[in-house]
Design a protein around this ligand. Structure first.
Ligand code: HEC
Ligand code: HEC
Length: 478
């Protein structure tokens, strides 16, 4: 879509503007500093400019960085409009704090840019090393859909119960490799589903890239029994993003993040020229801008591993021996090295509607090849959800007990740099993070707990070789 409607000089044009933000010709009428931080509509990137690989990656990344790091203003569409009594929870009509229109904090509207939260490249240095695309500190923990926080302990259980999702930001490096893995796994799982339908009564094992997601069997009418499916949704779409494994692509995640954290509404979520949040701005984030944001996030530098000394080597062996690697798979491989981007996305058909592609072996992602045309993605995860037991569970009222206990195996790449740990940041050290495992990981945790201090230190030494990129996104920051 192009934002090229003619714009007149009257103030009324702003009120009924169907042009997508703001025009240079309006600039003269605006008090300096109040104009949209994204600039005039003419300067904003469109899907047409990107589609068909028409624009070089460096330029798309630059436009994506702008979406990621701009501190949005109300003239960009930041924030929600008036309260919507019919739905006071979802972005758009949330009640504001003291009705100030800009801040809420306990159900999103908790930042002014993506960078506010994804800002820590290393927490292992003092002071911490900031950078674009990193993880978040404790104060960046998001509080999703909270209804009640019992700060005075009225419940008398000695802690302030919280019924929302309390969730700490993770680093976004290497996400392109994860998205490519997930798409290939989804394609394979969909083929296995078809195989089951074509062979009624035959049990089909859901194995892909060495990870088992249980099994399915179809009846003669083509109904698929999913009661033995494990660690993935019943539609067999692998959703690797979010700590709960809920989002199939970075694009899907970004749409939610823009609305939830920033009250910035993407056209693809609310429609063109629709002021769904009633804040006087339409077309807050264009399709092309979201494409640039997704391409930027997924082509960032990849986490790295420091050379291992003897202690770390022993630690890696032990990590494998005691069963950490059953979930934290050291690497998964892709068939292809090229990530294709789709719009609109069809989760079960990842190769539909592709408009751009990036070879992830090229800088800045620069993934290692596997020598057979694919990537070695050294993520230390099986991309599967696991029951982590009642102790680690969330207390999210919108979820069942089982859902509250399930998390996708945390990717351990970069882990030495990304304290605090676990979904809500409750573990300040690697040792604590391991000891707080439960559920399916309880046996392995007990084995770890029973190790001697020097054996534990071997595993920690190994984990401490897993590092974030040194100066991520240097290509677009200079
Ligand atoms: C208030 C803090 C905050 C802000 C602002 C924020 N994020 Fe996040 N981000 C998080 C948290 C917390 C998670 C983990 C969420 C979950 O597990 O569901 C996360 C996870 C992600 C992920 C998934 C990564 C993965 O590997 O699972 C992506 C992608 C992402 N954020 C992109 C963005 C983008 C793009 C923006 C800006 C539109 C943004 N975030 C703004 C806190 C934030
Ligand atoms: C049953 C699967 C499973 C096993 C086995 C397992 N983990 Fe985990 N691990 C997870 C999951 C799931 C999480 C995320 C939990 C959360 O976010 O609350 C996690 C989180 C972690 C984290 C924190 C990462 C972060 O960024 O927050 C570390 C460190 C870790 N595991 C190390 C280990 C080690 C070392 C072992 C072996 C002693 C091990 N894990 C065994 C599933 C497992």
């Amino acid at each position: 879509m192009g934002f090229n409607s003619p714009i007149g000089g009257s103030w009324r044009v702003l009120a009924v503007c169907i042009c997508g933000g703001y025009s240079a010709s309006l600039a003269a009428q605006t008090v300096a500093g109040s104009e949209p931080a994204l600039g005039s509509s003419e300067s904003r990137i469109t899907q047409n400019e990107i589609a068909g690989n028409a624009m070089p990656l460096a330029d798309v990344r630059q436009a994506g960085l702008k979406m990621f790091a701009t501190q949005f203003r109300k003239s960009d569409g930041f924030g929600d409009g008036s309260l919507n009594p019919a739905n006071t929870v979802d972005p758009g009509g949330r009640p504001m704090l003291q009705n100030n229109g800009t801040f809420l904090r306990v159900n999103g509207l908790d930042a002014q840019s993506c960078l506010d939260c994804h800002t820590v490249v290393s927490n292992d240095t003092m002071p911490f090393t900031p950078g674009v695309g990193g993880a978040g500190n404790l104060s960046n923990t998001a509080m999703f859909k909270t209804k009640a926080i019992d700060v005075e302990d009225q419940a008398g259980n000695s802690y302030a119960s919280f019924d929302g999702r309390l969730i700490n930001p993770l680093a976004l490096f290497g996400t392109g490799g994860v998205q490519l893995l997930a798409r290939e796994m989804t394609r394979k799982l969909q083929q296995l589903r078809q195989q089951a339908i074509d062979n009624p009564g035959m049990t089909v094992q859901l194995d892909t890239k060495g990870v088992s997601f249980g099994s399915i069997v179809a009846d003669a009418l083509g109904q698929v029994d999913t009661s033995n499916v494990e660690g993935i949704d019943d539609d067999l779409v692998l959703r690797p993003f979010g700590r709960k494994g809920e989002f199939a692509s970075v694009r899907e995640f970004d749409v939610g993040a823009l609305m939830f954290h920033l009250g910035m509404q993407p056209v693809e979520a609310v429609g063109a020229n629709v002021d769904d949040d009633n804040d006087g701005v339409v077309n807050e984030v264009g399709v092309g801008e979201l494409s640039a944001l997704e391409i930027f996030v997924t082509t960032q530098d990849t986490p790295r591993q420091l050379p291992m000394d003897a202690q770390a080597n022993s630690g890696f062996r032990r990590f494998n021996e005691i069963g950490c690697s059953d979930c934290h798979r050291p690497f998964l491989q892709t068939w292809n090295s090229v990530l294709e981007y789709s719009f609109p996305e069809v989760p079960a058909e990842p190769t539909r509607n592709t408009f751009y592609s990036v070879d992830l072996t090229l800088a800045p992602a620069a993934f290692e090849t596997n020598g057979r045309g694919g990537l070695m993605v050294r993520l230390f995860s099986d991309l599967k959800r696991h029951d982590m037991g009642p102790e680690l569970a969330e207390s999210f009222h919108d979820a069942t007990d089982q859902q509250n206990r399930e998390f996708i195996t945390a990717k351990l790449w970069g882990v030495a740099d990304t304290a605090p740990y676990l979904h809500d940041g409750r573990a300040l050290t690697l040792n604590d993070a391991i000891l707080l495992h439960g559920g399916e990981a309880a046996t392995v945790r007990d084995t770890y707990a029973a190790l001697s201090t020097w054996q534990k230190n071997q595993i920690i030494a190994f984990l401490r070789t897993l590092r974030n990129p040194v100066s991520p996104n240097a290509d677009v920051l200079n």
